[in-house]
Design a protein. Structure first.
Length: 276
């Protein structure tokens, strides 16, 4: 069960990951909002637990340290404050406070970040058996982050709107700046000289390597990612707009059929009364 990117096993896992939020929509469509809220919060909590178990295995994985080029494992560089897993905190907070900007941020960023990680994993996370703890942990945590983010829409908690876009972009930029400041602090104090939250110091990921060739400066090299974010948000909004249009058209057609049936029945009733 060797997991190579874009090979059958990898594509199958991606397909299951993408389809799961829609399956949950149909499975839980009759459940109450409170039930769905509790389900998502528990799912985030379970994923957070899986995350720390996965990192515990990573801490004793000599092969990971060799591939990563690290002399030793440092927990300060593995905290859940990356672009993907920070949403394990933001999603429950957004659900409990009903803050639209948090729900919008997590709906856009969690699936996008998780899917980018699954599509373009670092060298230590592909080319090995799926049953290796670090591989299984990496794919399971990122898949569940994708599912949690998508479920904000499929379970009815959030629907994208253009008015949310500036706030999402601003939040993304602000959190990125915060992550880079954390990196600077950890590196300056020698607590973690390889601190790299939000990958502001680069990463061995194809698309980030491309950005680094364009702008070879920490943090600033990620600015092109804003273009990807804007394109993704526009695409998501277009999909929902199209779905709304199709739903409205179907409702209009159904209403027309109902009206025609009523008119037909009234006509038949009138004819029957005339015959009498």
């Amino acid at each position: 069960m060797i997991l190579e990117t874009f090979h059958p096993l990898h594509l199958s896992l991606l397909a299951v990951t993408v389809l799961l939020p829609f399956a949950l929509h149909f499975l839980f469509r009759k459940k109450s909002e409170v039930w769905k809220t509790n389900f998502l919060i528990v799912l985030c909590a379970v994923n957070l637990l899986i995350f720390f178990v996965y990192k515990a295995f990573l801490s004793v994985d000599a092969e990971f340290l060799r591939i990563d080029g690290a002399e030793r494992f440092n927990w300060l560089n593995e905290l859940p404050i990356q672009l993907c897993n920070i949403n394990l905190f933001l999603i429950p907070i957004g659900l409990l406070t009903k803050k639209r900007f948090l729900l919008g941020f997590s709906f856009i960023i969690a699936p996008l970040g998780a899917m980018m990680a699954l599509l373009f994993p670092e060298p230590a996370f592909h080319g090995f058996s799926l049953l290796v703890p670090r591989i299984l942990g990496f794919y399971l945590t990122h898949a569940l982050i994708f599912v949690c983010g998508m479920c904000l829409a499929t379970l009815g908690f959030y629907r994208p709107a253009v008015r949310d876009f500036p706030g999402i972009v601003a939040s993304f930029f602000a959190i990125s700046v915060g992550a880079h400041l954390v990196n600077l602090l950890l590196r300056a104090t020698a607590l973690c000289d390889r601190a790299n939250y939000f990958f502001t110091y680069g990463a061995d990921i194809s698309i980030l390597n491309l950005f680094w060739r364009w702008i070879p400066y920490p943090f600033f090299y990620e600015l092109p990612s804003l273009v990807i974010l804007l394109f993704y948000m526009a695409l998501v909004y277009a999909v929902f707009w199209l779905l709304d249009r199709l739903k409205a058209h179907r409702s209009a057609v159904d209403s027309t059929h109902v009206s025609e049936n009523i008119d037909l029945n009234e006509g038949r009733t009138g004819c029957a009364e005339n015959e009498e």
